[in-house]
Design a protein around this ligand. Structure first.
Ligand code: CP
Length: 328
């Protein structure tokens, strides 16, 4: 495990994705998150004044539980003020564009936007029209960088180093921003990444991302040290991608029966929310201790999300950066 960084926060103007982010910067975020996790768990409530008086807009144009609340806790732990924005209760519902919305909020002298939006590329686009910091909290099917960082943080806690660990990402790769960010981050850190999915839910250019492709779950389980199980996006997969949910569950659901058949120990992650008995059985999702061939760290991921997002907010807002500098 790397040592904690407790010095001056490094400049980090925006975080819109993990594509192109160097390993050293990812390690810096993880080390800082480790420092914050210790403080957070020590007292139950980490309160510092690093971001005292900063105004952080949590602009969620899509629903969220884990990401929104963990950003809110992280911001408050650092002394910042959070401003919650939901599309349905704002003037977006009267037809105001996202660009006008952002410009109006910026005119109120806010310090950062944490943005979740259904359109791929929206966080990057917003970062180009504002002088304010932008953090991507999930944009369409593009990236969810803070989720991947908390997944990677959780894997690093378990394995120590990620170099040459074999991480399987199981499920709907085609529509998954979590899968894309994890592929970028994990491969940068030297992990081997395998994706396991029905062919209909694989992007056509998937091999260009440097991953191993499995279309059978048993082979993927034999290969992998850990599985990141993805939510089957029921709102997107009704359009002829799958014969039926039962068929998907039969062939790609992670269950005790499959793990026991192969007698392979597996660390199991899931970003949530989970569809129980569709992509993962309750036995696997809820098993946090042996006996059994799996260990679930789903709720550890949620706790780690607060630590990782605290680190990111501090690195983005903690020191004045040049408005014209690059993302990192
Ligand atoms: N994993 C994740 O992004 O969950 P939420 O949609 O609840 O934020």
């Amino acid at each position: 495990m790397s040592t904690d960084i407790i010095g001056e926060p490094a400049a980090l103007k925006h975080l819109t994705g993990l594509s192109g982010i160097p390993a050293a910067k990812i390690a810096e975020i993880l080390d800082k998150a480790s420092f914050h996790k210790d403080l957070f768990l020590d007292s139950g409530k980490e309160i510092s004044q690093t971001l005292k008086g900063k105004r952080i807009v949590l602009a969620f144009f899509e629903n969220s539980t884990r990401t929104r609340f963990s950003f809110e806790i992280a911001a408050r732990n650092l002394g910042a003020i959070t401003l919650n924005f939901t599309a349905s209760s704002s003037s977006v519902s009267k037809g105001e564009s996202i660009v006008d919305t952002i410009r109006n909020l910026e005119a109120m002298q806010v310090d950062a936007f944490v943005i979740r939006h259904p359109s791929s590329g929206s966080a990057e686009q917003i970062s180009r029209i504002t002088g304010t910091h932008v953090i991507n909290a999930g944009d369409g099917t593009h990236e969810h960088p803070t989720q991947a960082l908390l997944d990677i943080f959780t894997l690093r806690e378990y394995f120590g180093s990620l170099r040459d660990t074999k991480i399987m990402i199981l499920g709907d790769i085609l529509h998954s921003r979590v899968a894309r960010s994890n592929i970028f981050g994990l491969t940068t850190l030297g992990a081997q990444v395998g994706v396991c999915s029905p062919v209909s839910l694989l992007p056509v250019d998937i091999t260009s991302l440097g991953v191993k492709v499995f279309t059978g779950l048993d082979d993927a389980i034999r290969w992998a040290d850990a599985a990141i199980v993805l939510r089957l996006q029921l709102e997107r997969t009704t359009g002829g991608y799958l014969p039926s949910l039962e068929d998907y569950s039969l062939h790609f659901g992670l269950t005790d029966e499959r793990l026991e058949k192969i007698r392979k120990h597996m660390l199991v992650l899931h970003p949530g929310p989970i569809n129980r008995e569709i992509e993962i059985s309750s036995n696997v999702a809820d098993r946090i201790q042996p006996p059994g061939y799996s260990k679930s760290v789903l709720l550890d991921q949620v706790t780690n999300g607060v630590a990782v997002r605290t680190a990111i907010l501090e690195m983005v807002l903690g020191r004045k950066t040049d408005k014209n500098s690059n993302s990192l």
